[in-house]
Every structure is written in C-alpha cells, then in structure tokens.
Ligand binder design. Structure first.
Ligand code: MD5
Ligand code: FE
Length: 203
C-alpha cells in the first residue's frame, strides 16, 4: 500500500522486502570498500549514526561543514559504485510516488546501533531540490520524526520497519526530519542494527 504522510511524501510498506538479499549484498559490497565510520559534525560532535556512501557523490561532514564529495576522505578513493539493485528499487519507488525518471547519483548509507539517533535537520546540500529522496529501511524498526518547514513545527512520528521505503519530494523535500533513539529489538536477519540508505540527486 501507499501511505501518504505529506502532500508529496509516501511510505511504501514492505516495498523492499522481496529485494532484501540483493540489497544486503549491496551493503556488504559497499562497506567492504568504504567502511562504516562515525563522522564529526561542524559543531564538534561525533555522530551516533555510522555512515558510508556509494554512487558518484557521497555526503560527508567534518569540522569544516557538510558537503558532497566524489572521493571518500577515509580511503582516498572514489565511493563504491551504486549497486544495481539500489538504483532499480529507487526508480520503481519514485515512480510509485509520482516521480518518474528519477536518476540518483548519490546514496548515503546509515547504520544505527541501539541508542543511535538523528536530530532534526533539513537535507539541503543537494543541488537539485526538484528530485525526490528515496529512503530504504532494513533491520530494527525506528520512529521517524516528520516535521515542517520550520524547526519549531510539531513533528509527526512515523514508525518505519524492515523493508519499508519512503519517498519525499516536491513541497515536502525540505521539511525538517530526524530519527528518535533506536531501541534494541534485535532483528532476525540483521541483529541489533538498523540500516537506512537514501538515494539522492546531489550533483
Ligand atoms: C534515516 N536519514 O532514517 C533518514 C532517512 C539522512 C536522513 O534523514 O539525512 O541521512 S531520509 C529522511 C528524509 C530525507 C529527505 C527529506 C526528508 C526526510 N523529509 O522531507 O522529511 O536514516
Ligand atoms: Fe536527512
């Protein structure tokens, strides 16, 4: 089913379930080349979420700020290729949500261990806000915070489960959002972790 959470945002429950094996294989291929790491924020904090990237552009943060880069600062090499299964799924999900012809060139892969969280923020380092963002959740469930255009707007809580895909676009693209601290409820396949990857058009 297609659950509408905003004028141009949809949760596609279980949309990724049939592709779980290929997607997890893709995550393993990516992390073998560009390992998980905890990055520093410009404010001097270490992120509780571990991350890596694949595709042409990768999102990074350090003392100097947030940006997209073609080279992984940890390995000095380009980010790993975008797995074909990621791209196919993202295009199909975007189409389902009314965004035909989505061609992602960046994929941020996040890993949450118990207690990890993402505080309210906007995603605005991408060059093209007309393209949607497609997010795929695997492993432990999480409560997603879906706010408004202003940080102070009240945020809705949307539970996200293994296999769920969310598409944000258009007027919802710059809304504040975050993830509440993830509870330890080990997943049969992934154990005590939640993996979320987001396909974007960044360049
Ligand atoms: C996550 N990741 O569950 C979330 C899913 C991130 C991030 O927020 O930046 O890595 S993506 C949620 C998202 C992306 C773009 C726009 C909106 C939500 N939105 O308008 O609410 O790890
Ligand atoms: Fe975000």
């Amino acid at each position: 089913g297609r659950e509408q959470i905003g004028p141009q945002s949809f949760v596609l429950r279980g949309f990724a379930l049939a592709d779980t094996d290929a997607l997890l294989h893709g995550v393993d291929t990516v992390t073998a080349q560009s390992p998980w790491r905890h990055m520093q924020t410009p404010g001097g904090y270490t992120m509780s979420v571990a991350l890596t990237n694949c595709g042409e552009w990768g999102w990074t943060t350090d003392a100097h700020g947030y940006r997209y880069a073609r080279i992984d600062p940890l390995t000095g090499q380009p980010w790993p290729d975008l797995p074909a299964a990621f791209e196919r799924l993202a295009q199909a999900a975007a189409q389902e949500a009314g965004f035909a012809g989505f061609t992602p060139d960046a994929c941020l892969v996040n890993r949450y261990e118990p207690g990890a969280r993402l505080s309210l923020h906007q995603d605005k380092n991408e060059r093209d806000f007309d393209a949607p963002i497609v997010s795929v959740s695997l492993g432990m469930p999480a409560l997603f915070l879906f706010g408004g255009d202003d940080r102070a707007d009240k945020a809705a809580r949307v539970p996200l489960f293994h296999g769920d895909v969310v598409v944000w676009g258009g007027v919802d693209r710059l809304r504040y959002h975050g993830v509440l601290p993830v509870k330890d409820a080990p997943h049969p396949r992934l154990g005590s972790q939640r993996i979320n990857f987001t396909l974007r058009k960044a360049g």
